[in-house]
Design a protein around this ligand. Structure first.
Ligand SMILES: C[S@@+](CC[C@H](N)C(=O)[O-])C[C@H]1O[C@@H](n2cnc3c(N)ncnc32)[C@H](O)[C@@H]1O
Length: 302
């Protein structure tokens, strides 16, 4: 099962109260939803784009029939999916869940041999489609932009050479090609990590999803509502940081060579300039927590 990350800090910041209603935008295995429901006599509306989350949500629905509801779908579509209420809080726990990573069939992990898939929704373009059909330049761009992979060009070249012999079908086929190019970096770090991250983000359009999901939260939260976001890598964290900075009246410095963007009306009060990190005990007991960052803000008057 999934060991929820920074659940203590999520409860502290979301601060569940009796009769309030929250959105858990990334249900996963339900760790946050359950913790929120246990904390106060409140309600939770949860969503997830993974069809396998539907079944996982059933036991929580049985336990809390009046306080819990699950809706399948993407958080970018949140405004169309959830009941039209003013919410007291919204929480995002980005990325993939342990059930997704651990199930070889889903093709997210270089640790398990499985089909090179990585689609959270189990439909649309797969990671195999990308590496088998995209041209070298586009593959290199994806690895660079979404994986910050310095060897992106060399890896793309090796992928093209390899697929001429045999198309990519499994996760290990791809991981082996990448490992041969990148080589050993440091103990405990797999050189295929950045390439797998890049393909996952690209296939699932995760960064666009995040931008749209944050924008939707603006309208769904009531004054005093808490927005809490847990992210796992620098690309996600940068989007959250920039969004919250701009929306809390800070100036955006997209580039020092460009004029500053006009100051926006402040819609949020930023609660932490530096992201919160997991505590020592959690870092010891849950390796997934290692790269977690939590940022949060409170919605101002509408
Ligand atoms: C890190 S897990 C969440 C784990 C959850 N907090 C728990 O305690 O079990 C992230 C989940 O978000 C889902 N997800 C990712 N992007 C999504 C999106 N754009 N819309 C809806 N769900 C998404 C994934 O399918 C995955 O199940």
């Amino acid at each position: 099962m999934h060991n929820p990350v920074m659940v203590r800090e999520v409860l502290d910041t979301l601060s569940p109260q009796k009769q309030e209603t929250y959105i858990d935008a990334t249900f996963g295995a339900g760790g946050y939803s359950r913790a929120i429901l246990e904390k106060a006599d409140c309600s939770v509306v949860a969503l997830d784009r993974d069809p396998e989350a539907v079944d996982r949500a059933k036991s929580l629905k049985t336990q809390y029939p009046d306080r819990f509801n699950f809706f399948p779908g993407r958080f970018s579509d949140m405004k169309k999916i959830v009941p039209p209420l003013d919410y007291d809080g919204i929480v995002f726990d980005l990325g993939v869940s342990s059930p997704q990573l651990d199930e070889a069939e889903r093709g997210f992990s270089f640790k398990h041999e499985g089909p090179l898939d990585m689609r959270m929704e189990k439909q649309g373009l797969s990671a195999a489609d990308v590496v088998n059909t995209f041209d070298e330049k586009e593959i290199a761009r994806i690895l660079w932009v979404y994986g910050e992979e310095r060897r992106s060009r060399a890896i793309a070249r090796a992928i093209i050479a390899k697929r001429k012999e045999t198309p990519f079908v499994t996760t290990t086929q791809l991981a082996d090609v990448v490992r041969a190019i990148v080589g050993f970096e440091r103990p405990g770090f797999d050189p295929a990590t950045r390439t797998f991250q890049a393909l996952r983000l690209y296939v699932n359009e995760e960064l666009r999803e995040l931008e749209e999901g944050l924008k939707a939260s603006e309208d769904l939260l009531k004054a005093g509502g808490r927005l809490v976001v847990v992210s796992f890598h620098s690309l996600e964290d940068r989007i959250v940081k920039t969004f919250l900075k701009e929306k809390s009246g800070g100036l955006s410095h997209a580039s020092r060579y460009l004029p500053e963007l006009p100051q926006q009306e402040a819609l949020f009060v930023l609660k932490n300039k530096k992201p919160l990190a997991p505590q020592e005990d959690e870092l010891r007991s849950n390796p997934r927590a290692r790269s977690a960052h939590l940022r949060w803000a409170i919605r101002k008057e509408k």
